[in-house]
Design a binder for this molecule. Structure first.
Ligand SMILES: Cc1cc2nc3c(=O)[nH]c(=O)nc-3n(C[C@H](O)[C@H](O)[C@H](O)COP(=O)(O)OP(=O)(O)OC[C@H]3O[C@@H](n4cnc5c(N)ncnc54)[C@H](O)[C@@H]3O)c2cc1C
Length: 303
């Protein structure tokens, strides 16, 4: 109930405008959002690097409504890539294709991805292409495939809650395209996605094993402790090197587990979001764990 309500609120434009312009925002978003600008985000990545944690930088934002707006996103990402290289952070960037104009024109979006991937290639790093709602999956994977053929430095994201994901994972493994596996953060109908958490978790574990065995440097993106322990046990049973995959988590979530993975010698990358357009991202984090709402309310009352 609460989850559905929060996901519905995440799509309300008036609330988004009001919240994003609120002077109190920083007080309750700082746990999940690394900063309002690139330099604050790079500072956060540098702190993580000093703790042995890699980063993937996400400039917050979703659907843009004009080619110049998509160009602004692209420029911000190109600057992000330069910042990562200048500071020697060894990080990647993560981008949503609707930020690069997917809703306006596939050709425009494809060209923006090309420019990002080519810049990342110059710096010896990768572009991770986030996955959005199910209506975008085909177009997103088509652009990932197209760019992989040219520069081989893009990562696809697969959501375990979608029925189609098993066949997508099989295909991406055959093509040698790296995959980040997550559970999925959008509100989907039971016609396309498993409706219960138990089914999503089972799908996640099955896809994770497949990727660990047959994937190209897969990223296991989850905070689900039992699943992470299963990944570790499975990789040890099969004699996989800890360098052959990485764990990924979101900035500010399960910091205890993050430290434990690093202590145990696993590679960990955090998804580090920054920027003014924090509202939909923030609301999805609340929806994943409605107890976070109380964290926000407590901070507001304290202010
Ligand atoms: C690096 C990364 C990239 C991602 N990229 C995408 C993407 O491109 N597309 C997409 O649809 N989704 C993406 N997601 C989000 C993902 O789909 C899930 O919604 C999210 O990770 C929660 O699922 P979980 O695997 O952590 O398991 P869950 O079963 O939801 O949570 C397991 C445990 O993790 C902790 N936890 C989980 N979420 C929170 C939270 N918000 N606050 C506090 N504790 C929490 C709690 O202890 C919870 O019990 C990404 C997630 C990560 C980690």
């Amino acid at each position: 109930m609460m989850r559905t309500l929060l996901l519905q609120l995440s799509r309300q434009h008036w609330l988004r405008e009001w919240m994003q312009n609120s002077s109190a925002a920083g007080r309750f978003t700082s746990r999940f959002v690394a900063g309002r600008d690139l330099s604050q985000a790079l500072d956060a990545c540098t702190r993580l690097r000093n703790e042995g944690i890699l980063a993937t930088l996400d400039r917050l934002g979703e659907n843009v409504y004009s080619a110049p707006e998509a160009g602004v996103s692209l420029e911000a990402y190109l600057k992000g890539l330069s910042g990562i290289a200048d500071r020697g952070l060894g990080g990647t960037v993560s981008v949503k294709l609707t930020q690069l104009g997917l809703d306006l024109s596939e050709a425009l979006c494809r060209d923006n991805v090309r420019q990002m991937a080519e810049r990342a290639f110059q710096f010896g790093t990768q572009v991770e292409i986030d996955m959005e709602a199910s209506e975008y999956v085909d177009r997103t994977l088509a652009i990932v495939r197209h760019q992989h053929a040219a520069t081989r430095n893009v990562r696809a994201v697969i959501q375990a809650y979608l029925y189609r994901s098993e066949s997508d994972v099989d295909q991406l493994c055959r093509e040698g395209i790296p995959v980040r596996l997550c559970k999925g953060a959008y509100k989907e109908e039971a016609t396309v996605a498993f409706p219960t958490k138990r089914e999503v978790d089972a799908s996640y574990v099955s896809l994770m094993r497949k990727l660990l065995m047959d994937g190209t440097y897969p990223a296991i993106a989850s905070h689900h402790e039992a699943i992470l322990r299963e990944a570790i046990a499975f990789s040890r049973q099969r004699g996989l090197s800890p360098d052959s995959f990485e764990f990924q988590m979101l900035y500010g979530i399960r910091r205890d587990l993050q430290r434990e993975l690093v202590r145990e010698g696993f590679r960990l990358r955090l998804y580090v979001p920054y920027g003014d357009a924090w509202y939909p991202y923030f609301m999805r984090r609340l929806a994943e764990r409605p107890a976070n709402v109380w964290f926000v309310v407590r901070n507001l009352l304290r202010a």
